[in-house]
Write a protein that binds this ligand. Structure first.
Ligand code: SF4
Ligand code: MG
Length: 335
């Protein structure tokens, strides 16, 4: 399958009065055409920062992409000017956020907001743009598009507003859609409907999707592959099956126990004790050491090398690596 996005060794830092926060620390992943990749982790793990970096929406200063490349269709976005990025955002790559209300302009009809992008970026006539907007409203499941076209955001429910945001994001036919917690503000039934909508849209348009979420339950149904982030790093990645049925990183296992699962009814939810490390001075070893019940001597001393469990399943954990014992022995020899 054709690669549409390739992120390589991405580092993002933020300068503050207290020092430099290393929010993203060497993240690499790729995305294929028509694929849905989920980036999962607790708040502060760097998942939103990663997606904002792809969109070049990191405010500089205080933020900075300090290293790495972000290749979109073979071109490194980190080298693009903000002007060049403006012609890509909403056109080739679209992004939707948690709160649909902030994404919509309350003073304009949703029709105006739908046709705007098309007329500006695709130089479409108003009549053609309207026709296309009505098609999109149909696709995202808004009843009576003709009538709804003339209404304002406040006249729609939360779920319908998110559908409109999705329609706006897709109207210029982007090849990549990044959705950051798109269902978090919605109630459970609407959440399920919106997730189904992503599936339908992908089937019909072939768009590639990056879904950012703290909730593994959300991705269970629609993600092809899952990347798990912790303390600014990807600590495990695999296909949906690999992550759900054969998780190997203790953090991934913890996440799975701490989120409601649709496939295990009545399972007890066990939160992960402790908090992630301070990213002003990230630990040199495994950042999960302080919270990990399996931690060994080597863990807080050396960052685990990546172990490839399959072509698609990779994990950064000493438990999966025979070299751990050797390293502990070496460290002991030196003392
Ligand atoms: Fe736990 Fe060590 Fe694996 Fe980190 S490397 S997750 S501390 S066992
Ligand atoms: Mg976030």
């Amino acid at each position: 399958m054709e690669k549409i996005l390739e992120v390589n060794d991405l580092h993002v830092t933020f300068s503050t009065f207290g020092g430099t926060v290393q929010a993203v620390r060497g993240v690499s992943f790729d995305l294929h055409k028509g694929e849905t990749l989920a980036i999962v982790g607790e708040s502060g793990c760097g998942k939103s920062v990663t997606s904002n970096a792809i969109m070049r929406l990191i405010p500089d200063p205080p933020g900075k992409i300090s290293n790495g490349t972000i290749e979109f269709k073979g071109k490194d976005l980190t080298q693009f000017s903000q002007k060049a990025m403006r012609s890509i955002r909403g056109v080739d790559i679209s992004m939707i956020f948690q709160d649909p209300m902030t994404a919509l302009n309350p003073t304009l009809t949703i029709g105006t907001q739908l046709v705007e992008g098309l007329m500006e970026h695709r130089k479409t006539s108003r009549a053609e743009a309207k026709e296309r907007a009505l098609e999109m409203m149909n696709l995202v499941g808004i009843p009576n598009p003709e009538e709804r076209f003339k209404q304002y955001p406040h006249q729609f429910s939360g779920g319908m507003r998110q559908r409109i945001v999705i329609a706006i994001a897709l109207i210029c036919e982007p090849e990549l859609l990044i959705a950051d917690e798109p269902t978090t503000a919605l109630d459970v039934t609407i959440q399920a409907q919106i997730l189904e909508l992503f599936e339908t849209i992908q089937e019909q348009t072939g768009v590639s999707i990056i879904l950012i979420t703290h909730d593994l339950g959300v991705v269970a149904k629609i993600a092809d592959r899952i990347v798990v982030m912790y303390a600014g790093k990807i600590i495990e990645e695999g296909t949906r099956k690999e992550i759900f049925y054969h998780p190997e990183h203790p953090y991934t296992k913890g996440l799975l126990k701490s989120v409601p699962r649709l496939d295990i009814k009545g399972a007890n939810l066990i939160p992960i004790d402790g908090t992630p490390p301070d990213l002003f001075s990230p630990p040199q070893g495994c950042p999960f050491t302080a919270r990990c019940s399996m931690a060994m001597e080597v863990c807080d001393k050396v960052y685990p090398l990546q172990t490839e469990l399959s072509d698609t399943h990779k994990v950064d954990c000493w438990l999966q690596d025979d070299r751990a014992e050797q390293l502990v022995a070496q460290a002991a020899d030196k003392t």
